[in-house]
Write a protein that binds this ligand. Sequence first.
Ligand code: SAM
Length: 282
Amino acid sequence: MNYRHAYHAGNHADVLKHVVLARVIEHMKKKAKPFRVFDAHAGIGLYDLAGIEAGKTGEWEGGIGRLAEPFPPEIEALLAPYRAVIAGLNPGGGLRFYPGSPELALRLMREEDRLIANELHPEDAVALERHLIRDPRADVTSMDAETCLKAKLPPPERRGVVLIDPPYEARNEAEKTVRMLAHALRRFAKGVYLLWYPLKADATAENILASVKAMGVPATLRVELRVREAFAAGGLAGSGLAILNTPWTMEEDMRLLLPALAGRLGLGEWGQGTVEWIVPPV
Ligand code: SAM
């Protein structure tokens, strides 16, 4: 396991994933009934953008670093929960600390909601446990994500959000990710699933999307943020999320947000936001 999220925290892919996760959690809060968030690849929870790792890549500068200027009010209204979490982590103003997905989720969740944050990397799992130990709503596990979802789904609340956010560093990771999603759906068909995938100069995204489509879950939405041309030499040209059992307000929110994010984060003409039903709602 070579991947460490500290090098990538706050990049364009994090911005997309976290803005979407925040919107989904806001939607879940519209009902009084508690819910559970499953973060199957959780990372360490909190990132120091002035730290050595973030400084080495500077990736956050092309992500959250570009959101300093406000957007028009209708966009800011949708970004407000995400922005509020970041502001809460940087009480003196400025931008030094950036939330990972478990931190973002916890800061948006209510007292009665629960989080399972799972991280396989032994050092990162210890850092995550240390970070979340004082929050009684959070349970940290350190297993393979597939094993974790098999063990923990379905949630006792019968309402939940599952984030599947692997690093795609192993050759068979896309297949494994799709298999994990299929197993999870069998255990918890009604969950809202967010599956992150990279946009590169290969067929990873296409293959994942074809498999997700074949699962045939109504209201499966594809949300993609492309920021630059894809080069065979590697690197992320953007990323996407397949959202299964998409909450009903999400499509409209995403159709407003994605062009704005693409305009801000994309390099010149390359910025492109896509929102499309993979399987439409019934
Ligand atoms: N979700 C995090 C966030 O948004 O802040 C970022 C997660 S990062 C993209 C992927 C994480 O998955 C890394 O921290 C990595 O150590 C972890 N990981 C890699 N393989 C895993 C596996 N098989 N099971 C669980 N975690 C894994």
